[in-house]
Structure formats: C-alpha cells, structure tokens
Design a protein around this ligand. Sequence first.
Ligand SMILES: *Cc1c(COP(=O)(O)O)cnc(C)c1O
Length: 397
Amino acid sequence: MSQAQAASAAVTEVPLLDLKGQYAPLRAEIEAVMKEVCDSQTFILGPKVEALEGEIAAYSNAAHGVGTSSGTDALLLALMALGIGPGDEVITTPFTFFATAGVVSRLGARPVFCDIDPDTCNLDPAAVAAFIREHCSSESGQLVNKDSGGRVRVLMPVHLYGQCADMTPLMTLAREHGLRVVEDAAQAIGAEDSNGQRAGSIGDVGCFSFFPSKNLGAFGDAGMCVTNDAELAEKMKILRVHGGERRYYHSAVGGNFRLDALQAAIISVKLKHLEQWSAERQQHAKYYDERFAELGPSVKTPGVRDGCRHIYNQYTIRVPDRDSLKQYLTDKHIGCAIYYPVPLHLQECFKELGYREGDLPESEAAANAVLSLPVYPELSTAQQDYVVDSISDYLRQ
Ligand SMILES: *Cc1c(COP(=O)(O)O)cnc(C)c1O
C-alpha cells in the first residue's frame, strides 16, 4: 500500500462542504465584529454595509456596490433598476439555480432559454446568436421576439460553478442588439474571464450571493450588486429602500432588499481570506484533474476555457450512470450533489413558456450527467484520495 492509499484508507467520510472547519480559525475575529455591531445597535445598512460595498466593488474591479438581502434580491433589484417588466424578455441559461429565471417571471417578464456549451455548462454564445438570428427582428432599434411579440431587453449569463460565461462574444451580441447585461455571478466572486475581467464587472450589473454555502458565505442570507454605472447604482440604492430616496417620499415602487450590518461585518472578515480559499480550491481541482486523468475517459473533468480564472464554487464531473455513482458515494459517506437535476425550461412552473423535452439538448444532457464533488478549501489530500479511489472502485466493479 502506498502512503497515499494508507492515508485515504483512514478516511471514512468526506462532507460536501465543511463550514465548521472554515469558522474555527476565524471565530475570535468574527465574534469581535459581531460584538461591535451589537454594541452599536445599528443593524440595517449603515457603516458596516457601506464598508463592505466598497470592499466587494474593489475586489470585483467595479466602481459601485449595493448590498442586498440575498443573491436572488440582487438579481431582482438589477432587473428592476433596468426597468424590466411585462412585455420584456430576458435571455438566459436554463442550466442554473432557479432564482436566475424566477426573478424574471416575478417582474412579469419572460425568460428566454438558450442552450449551454457542454464543456463548461455555461450559456453558449452561438446558441444566443442563433436565437436572435432565427427568432428575432429589430424594430426601430428594439430587438423583438417574433414568436411572442416580446421586447428582448436583457442578456443574463450565469457564471456557473465559478467560471465566467464566455463574455466577449456575449457582450458583442448585447452591444449589437441593444441588450443590457446582468451577470448572475452568485457562484463566481473573484472569477476572471479569459481577458482578465472580473466576474460582475463586465456587464451593466453583476450580482453576488453570500448564501452560507457560496465561496464567500455570510451567516444567513446576503447578496450584492456591483456596477460601473453610477446612475444604475443610485437607482438600485433607492429601489432597495422601497423607492424612497427621502424617507416616506416614494419616486418608484421598490422593495425591502437591504443588507444587515451583522452580515456585512462577517463577510468583511471572511473576504480577507477569499484569495487564499480560492487558491486552495484551485489546487484541489488540479489534483482531482490529475487523478481522474488516470482513470481514463469515463470521468469527464470540468472544462476550463483558456485563460479563465475558475474559482470552483463547484468541482463538477460528468459521468454516465450518474445516479448510481451518486448512491455509491453516498453509501461511502462522500458528500456529492446534482446542480441541477431539472433544467429550468422543463420546470412545471414554466410550462406556459411552451418548452418541451428535447428543445435544449445540451442542458438536458448535462442535467442527467453532472455530479459535484467536495472541493472546499479545508479538504485534505487524503480526503480527495478517498473520493477518487471510491469512484475508481465504482468504475471497476
Ligand atoms: C445561489 C444562487 C443564486 C441565489 O442566491 P441566494 O443568495 O440564495 O438568493 C442565484 N443564482 C445562482 C446561479 C446561484 O447559485
């Protein structure tokens, strides 16, 4: 038995994520800032939130940050600030978390789904171009969906699993057709596109989630919009407080999308460690890549576009017979998950959009084959070996 095999033999379980392991070394610092907020008795927005807005904007290479109550609310707020409503359409990917398209429908607008690149699982610019070419016309500068009569106004790519969608051609399409761009960067804080641009800073608005299981997680729900457009930032700040620029005087109908001071203070502490955590996730991904290469072609490792900085919110493999591998790993106490089992165009709540099985074959194939493995920063090599050895055993049985 090699040393590595001996070490992995001693491991008997690997969780999908280990937040306690991340918290332990930060406990004193986090408790101190929480105490500060408690002593201040200032809980909503305020200086801690403003500080975090500046830090996240700087980290993302964007000019402005607008803290929100969740990643979902960040997406909703971005679309509200762009004036999206009934009769409008938003082009996005069906292979994402529900919120991406949910916020579109909540505003009375219509999500339009285009297929993904099977290598990265991100929105395929060629599919977007084909949709525009085959289904849209331009009427006095406004892109119109000829099938529905809707105004196509926004392109909303998702940086799935921590890798940027292929933004250069997507931005070109958006410019050519007068579309605004909202980046769903909920899984991708610190990721960079192939030209070095940071996730969230490329389109009109970038939206982050600080849900506890994201790479930068709060102790509850939290999110943020970043933008380089001062006017949009101002609009979002007003809509975040019920559209009241002055308290009790409402220029627009907004909502309560505010971020808490406690969450902001905690995220600020954690942000200082994010670069290190991302580097560790990248090392784990590299190690998986190397070890899975030994197993031959049955395990397809994540595709990374040239020059991109992937921050591995998820390390997602594709395997045939995925459901039985998932069961096998679960029996071995290895945490793994399917992101996502049902593409959004086939969700019951979107039946009225009229999509059918077979309409977006790459998304449907991915939904049947993907499996995300533990890749959190604190993961040990022995734990990774246990994961890979277990998959290897499964394939050989
Ligand atoms: C997590 C996530 C969201 C929603 O964020 P919440 O903070 O949970 O509301 C939106 N889009 C994607 C792609 C996500 O992964």
